[in-house]
Ligand binder design. Structure first.
Ligand SMILES: Nc1ncnc2c1ncn2[C@@H]1O[C@H](COP(=O)(O)OP(=O)(O)OP(=O)(O)O)[C@@H](O)[C@H]1O
Ligand SMILES: [Mg+2]
Length: 396
């Protein structure tokens, strides 16, 4: 991008310097689309159209252009429009300093071709020209409702963004754990006793314990950091009661204590042939007034909690990186009453660029305001009806 994109140093230049936005999106042979050009503004844009028309596909294309990946973890064959041989997406990114172009080309069987301003790049993920994105997809409700593995990996993604120096520890831990488990399985097969196992496992126990304590410390720190922001967003969105994201570590944040706990549990580990103590079993509890939300919350409340979590995290990421993420919100209005929908619009419209999909534009309170962008999607094509101005919409 030319000139330099927004960085933490630009924060002093005022909000616009921190606010990259997608000003144009061109999709060719992506999913349902043949060729569509969509102009976008810096504020709230409502993407509307019937079921199956291609609204989620358009958000996916925006994400693809900015990251080189699909948020549906889709393979090349799925992304390329049926009957076409290659897919292309170009996003124009505007910052206070200028405009840049991110391009992704997908041809099944070939490496994905990623370009910034026409120059090939290996990866977009850590490229300074690409804007940060925060995505809400309905299937992310599993973060509240599903198993702990998803929540662990979600927290680890936050660690990667908010405490980059601690990001490698997750891999270090899993590698040490894998080696310890391999040795446990071999000791078990050899019929080894606890004494022999203690000796042979000693170096691995140390490595596992050290990485476990570091991982636990990093996870606890990011959860503590996001909690006030998540709680504040929950209140703004009208979720009754006090929302709390509670980290539930399964081991200590001190290496000596973890090593001690591993020794105490060695007989059990030897019997099973794997390690059953450590941060690979951590969880997060999403609670409202002390009660688990996935057991005691309504559908709408769970959705509000997830939105509060994502928006609160986005606030913290913005404070930490100096860059305001663009919001891609798929089907976000479902299950919310009109008051909560209005509150959500107030929150997201004040934040910067947000692309929101709905079947009917009227489902978004304030969508008729001239400040709000409108994109109509019909099967095969998307068309800009109005470009958002970035001003906060008025509502009646
Ligand atoms: N590679 C492809 N080629 C052609 N069509 C595709 C391809 N991949 C997906 N589709 C079609 O895209 C449509 C789904 O698009 P999308 O999920 O964007 O719809 P939507 O507008 O978000 O609908 P809803 O309101 O139900 O969420 C489906 O009809 C599907 O068959
Ligand atoms: Mg959809």
């Amino acid at each position: 991008m030319d000139p330099a994109p927004a960085s933490a140093a630009d924060a002093a230049d005022g909000p616009s310097a921190r606010t990259p936005f997608l000003s144009h999106l061109r999709v060719r042979d992506v999913r349902t689309y043949e060729v569509s050009d969509v102009a976008l503004g810096p504020g709230l844009t409502v993407i509307f159209g019937p079921n199956g028309a291609g609204k989620t596909n358009l958000l996916e294309a925006a994400y693809l252009a900015c990251t080189g990946r699909s948020f549906r973890q889709a393979g090349d064959h799925e992304i390329v429009r049926r009957g076409a041989s290659a897919a292309h997406v170009t996003a124009e990114v505007t910052t206070a300093h200028g405009t840049g172009k991110l391009t992704v080309g997908i041809e099944p069987g070939e490496r994905r071709r990623l370009r910034v301003d026409g120059n090939p790049v290996e990866s977009l993920l850590d490229h300074p020209a690409r804007p940060r994105l925060s995505v809400f997809l309905p299937d992310r409700m599993v973060l509240v409702k599903g198993g702990p593995a998803l929540r662990r990996s979600h927290v680890d993604q936050l660690v990667a963004v908010l405490r980059p120096s601690a990001a490698p520890v997750r891999r270090t831990y899993h590698e040490a754990l894998r080696q310890r488990n391999a040795l446990l399985a071999s000791l078990r097969a050899r019929g080894a006793g606890v004494e022999q196992a203690t000796d042979e496992l000693l170096p691995w126990d140390r490595a596992v314990a050290r990485a476990a304590a570091e991982l636990t410390t990093a996870r606890a720190a990011v959860v503590a950091t996001i909690n006030p922001a998540v709680r504040a967003r929950a209140e703004e969105l009208g979720l009754a009661g006090e929302l709390e994201i509670a980290y539930r570590p399964r081991s200590a944040d001190d290496a000596d204590q973890v090593a001690e706990a591993l020794r105490e549990r060695l007989a059990g580990d030897l019997e099973r042939g794997f390690t059953h103590h450590g941060p690979h079993r951590d969880d997060l509890a999403v609670r409202r007034d002390g009660r688990l939300l996935h057991r005691f919350g309504s559908q709408g409340e769970q959705r509000l909690a997830l939105l509060a979590l994502l928006l609160g995290e986005t606030d913290v990421i913005e404070q930490s990186t100096g860059q305001r993420p663009i919001l891609l919100l798929d089907d976000v209005m479902s299950e919310l009453d009109v008051i909560r929908r209005a509150r959500l619009v107030d929150v997201i419209a004040a934040r910067g660029q947000a692309l929101v999909t709905v079947t009917e534009a009227e489902h978004v309170p304030g969508a008729d305001d001239l400040a709000v962008g409108l994109v109509s999607v019909v099967p095969g094509a998307a068309e800009t009806i109005r470009v958002s101005t970035g001003a906060t919409p008025a509502r009646d």
